[in-house]
Write a protein that binds this ligand. Structure first.
Ligand SMILES: [Zn+2]
Length: 271
């Protein structure tokens, strides 16, 4: 059986059981993780089912989920501009870029980022529909090419890694000395997860999700990976279709790290 990817302890207790998947909590460090992950090589090509065109991705799209993703990505881009104080010629890498929707929002705002992913279907869409620079490459390949980035983004990607600490150590090598890693993951301690438990598909997806982070366990993962200058961002998305009270409640939940997502910024700290 698999040991805890944060602290290597093999002592754990069951938190969620769904079909054959066992999600456990480490008795030693508290990380919640998938005990029996499936073979990665067989699942990711089916992850993206793209049933729209690049031109459908806009703020007034006929596809409600695309409208929402468009708004979210626009706010992510604003956040990046804020954090980097509008640095000119910002070099950005989006790991797990998928169909390129975030990178397209960056491009619209004058940030020409690059992306990597493992799904050729998604990469083909990102290249053909948006003309983005995206590659089916692994982090190791970019390291061997001596690539460096001012900003690396992991939007709902860290929870997919089997060994988050090992991956983060590699990712750190791709940052410029004062580079910043931005992370967003589903929040195990969110009101959504607490109320709907394993039924919350945004958080519990045992086929693809291997770690289920709280603010505390994510901070552990980051410091074990060598990121000593990490902070949780109290960043919530304003969704125009959801109304004032919904948006306000998200903000309130976020003050005690209980919104649906957790956002962290980690500085390389080698400057
Ligand atoms: Zn542990």
């Amino acid at each position: 059986m698999r040991v805890c990817p944060n602290c290597k302890s093999s002592e754990n207790r069951l938190r969620i059981k769904e079909k054959e998947f066992l999600v456990v909590e480490c008795n030693s460090c508290g990380l919640v993780y998938l005990l029996n992950p499936p073979d990665e090589s067989v699942i990711y090509e089916d992850y993206y089912q793209i049933e729209f065109k690049g031109t459908d991705y806009r703020g007034d799209s006929n596809y409600p989920h695309l409208r929402e993703i468009f708004e979210i990505n626009k706010q992510r881009t604003e956040l990046i501009k804020e954090i980097t104080k509008g640095k000119a010629d910002l070099s950005l890498l989006d790991i797990g870029c998928g169909s390129g929707l975030f990178l397209k929002s960056c491009k619209d705002e004058g940030i020409n980022g690059e992306g990597i992913d493992v799904s050729n279907t998604a990469l083909g869409f990102a290249g053909n529909e948006f003309g983005l620079s995206v590659y089916n490459k692994r982090v190791e390949e970019l390291i061997s090419e001596n690539r460096k980035y001012d900003m690396i983004t992991l939007w709902h990607v860290l929870e997919h890694f089997l060994e988050p600490i090992e991956e983060l150590k590699k990712i750190k090598e791709l940052l410029t000395p004062d580079g910043i890693l931005l992370i967003e993951v589903p929040n195990l301690k969110s009101i959504k997860f607490r109320l709907s438990g394993h039924k919350w598909k945004g958080g519990n997806h045992p086929l693809y999700h291997r770690s289920f982070f709280t603010s505390r366990t994510l901070m552990n993962t980051l410091s074990e990976s060598g990121f000593n200058k990490a902070e949780r961002l109290k960043f919530t998305y304003r969704l125009s279709n959801k109304g004032y009270l919904y948006n306000l409640s998200k903000k309130v939940f976020n003050t005690f790290a209980a919104d649906a997502f957790l956002n962290f910024a980690a500085r390389n700290g080698n400057e």
